[in-house]
Design a protein around this ligand. Structure first.
Ligand code: ITT
Length: 205
């Protein structure tokens, strides 16, 4: 079976990736499962650029060259904060600072801001690098607002403060299948899926 290495160390992402792509005829490995721990310099200025850097770094390793390498770069953009934390979402206040503190900090910075002025979105770019060097990128977004308080314990990261007005819930309160059906990551992965299918079909000829 064709191997996919997903160039991520984020277990929350990895869980969703398996739920979304798990039915494909592929063996999906995280970096840890592939026994890899590369140093990756995410120094691009866009989600797509950083996703490509992650995927290319792993493709360049001997262990990555025969796999399809995928990578996800994602984050939360808060309009009131001029798009912060954006591509710095994982590094906001420091990489190892718990999300309870990161989330509370965003709530504090939006104190007194009401209604649609609390608008925000998650963005996700998924990059693929194939064994023959072919590359592709697919992006997805989900629009919402910053909740008034931390709510729910599903998902990961900023999910407990990402409010969907239409659902009356945060993405941390949604069942996993529902989040995957509407999320930035679900959209980006469903966009890359036909590219993978086409590559596999071309190789089989
Ligand atoms: P890898 O680079 O190893 O994949 P990472 O966590 O460092 O892991 P990113 O640089 O792409 O990944 O940072 C993503 C950030 O955006 C991180 O802070 C997440 O918590 C947040 N984020 C992305 N998607 C999210 C989602 O679906 N729900 C909640 N937070 C999300």
């Amino acid at each position: 079976m064709q191997k996919i290495i997903f160039a991520t160390g984020n277990e929350g992402k990895m869980r969703e990736i398996r739920q979304i792509l798990g039915d494909m005829p592929l063996e999906i490995l995280s970096l840890k499962e592939a026994g890899l721990d590369p140093e990756i310099h995410e120094d691009a200025s866009s989600f797509a650029g950083n996703a490509l850097i992650k995927a290319r770094t792993v493709h360049a390793l001997p262990e990555g060259s025969q796999a399809i390498v995928l990578a996800d770069d994602s984050g939360l953009e808060v309009d009131w904060l001029n798009g912060e934390p954006g591509i710095y979402s994982a590094r906001y206040l420091g990489e190892s600072v718990p999300y309870s503190i990161k989330n509370q900090s965003i709530l504090d910075r939006l104190q007194g801001v009401t209604g649609e002025a609390r608008s925000a979105r998650f963005r996700c770019a998924v990059a693929a690098v194939f064994p023959d060097g072919q590359e592709a990128v697919s992006e997805g977004t989900i629009e919402g607002q910053i909740a008034g308080e931390i709510l729910g314990d599903g998902g990961f990261g900023y999910d407990p403060i990402f409010w969907l007005p239409g659902e009356g819930l945060t993405t941390a309160q949604l069942p996993a299948e529902k989040k995957n059906a509407i999320s930035h990551r679900g959209k980006a992965l469903r966009g890359i899926r036909p590219v993978i299918e086409q590559w596999l079909a071309g190789r089989a000829v």
